[in-house]
Ligand binder design. Structure first.
Ligand code: AKB
Length: 319
């Protein structure tokens, strides 16, 4: 079989996706790539690992030729809060990196998965039940790069017949790898702090509602989309997908059911609050359900049970 390349394989989604892909398709068939961060022993020892800069066409080309790559999961990207602190770098990594990968895909016949985000929407987008096809005028640099990425992927499909596919992810929650520099990171941190201190200080307001998803659903979504019958895909590059939506107050309540003396308070970070306020409350993901059978498994209660169980084992803390 043609092999699979995962860029950003040391990141939050990449590190878990690589291991799931290796289990499914064979260890030697999935090549993990990182840029500067060291991979975990598990990632390094379970299959091939290469360092490369996804913005550098020649470096990506060397790896694609070396392993005869047919599918690229392109996950190397900066998230929203760090993107606001470093907008030029966010553009460089998120857009120029994608352009290099799309050019490789065009020249070597690869298919490409690219994650977009709820960040591709902005304050003028309908906030409730946000449609699949709607206004996209984001006000964060992260959002600007995500919209550019969605359109670039459309362009490479229409113009060059590159098999591009993608999802608009909500906040992703996992007990394995921590996120870095996102607006939805609070929904991961809160579980760590609940177990460690029984107290969490949240950087978003109590009633800030955002879409979220547990990591196993996020990984299934990417793999199922890449395996979907292309004839059925009308939207291809930017499917709304969500599994649940909640506020900080509601996730705290779900944790309190398991850890009754858990407490939450609030110290608002204006930058991340501003970003969150510009994003949808909840997206309509019916196009993904219809076109390739998207169906999440985890809701807030089921995710909370699993997060606390696995994190308490990882941190060696009882609750
Ligand atoms: C972020 O918060 O930046 C990401 C996202 C929703 O795309 N988790």
């Amino acid at each position: 079989m043609k092999k699979i390349l995962v860029t950003g394989a040391v990141g939050q989604i990449g590190s878990e996706l690589t291991l799931v892909l290796r289990k499914k398709y064979g260890n030697d068939n999935v090549i993990a790539c990182g840029h500067s961060k060291q991979p975990s022993d598990e990632l390094k020892n379970s299959g091939p690992f290469e360092f490369l800069d996804a913005r550098n066409y020649a470096e990506v080309e060397t790896v694609v030729k070396k392993y005869d790559i047919g599918v690229i999961y392109h996950l190397a990207a900066l998230l929203s809060a760090v993107g606001e602190a470093k907008p030029q770098l966010a553009w460089d990594i998120n857009v120029n990196g994608l352009v290099a990968v799309l050019e490789i895909a065009r020249n070597y016949g690869c298919s490409v998965f690219t994650p977009s985000s709820i960040g591709a929407f902005g304050p003028s987008t309908p906030k409730k039940n946000t449609p699949q096809d709607t206004i996209q005028r984001p006000t964060s640099m992260y959002g600007v790069t995500k919209v550019a990425g969605e359109i670039l992927c459309d362009y490479y499909f229409l113009k060059f017949k590159v098999d591009t596919r993608g999802l608009r992810y909500p906040g992703i929650i996992s007990y394995v790898s921590p996120p870095g520099g996102g607006t939805t990171d609070y929904a991961v941190d809160i579980y760590y702090k609940a177990l460690e201190n029984k107290k969490y200080t949240c950087f978003l307001k109590a009633d800030t509602r955002l879409d979220m998803m547990y990591m196993p659903d996020a990984l299934n979504a990417a793999i199922n989309l890449m395996e979907a019958d292309p004839a059925k895909l009308k939207h291809r590059n930017a499917f709304n997908v969500t599994a649940m939506n909640f506020t900080p107050e509601q996730i705290a309540k779900a944790i309190k059911k398991k850890i009754p003396d858990f407490k939450i308070d609030y110290e608002i970070d204006p930058v991340r609050q501003g970003i969150a306020d510009s994003w949808p409350d909840n997206m309509d993901d019916s196009a993904a359900r219809k076109e390739w059978g998207w169906k999440p498994e985890y809701d807030l209660a089921k995710m909370t049970d699993d997060m606390l169980l696995n994190l308490s084992k990882k941190l060696n803390l009882k609750y």
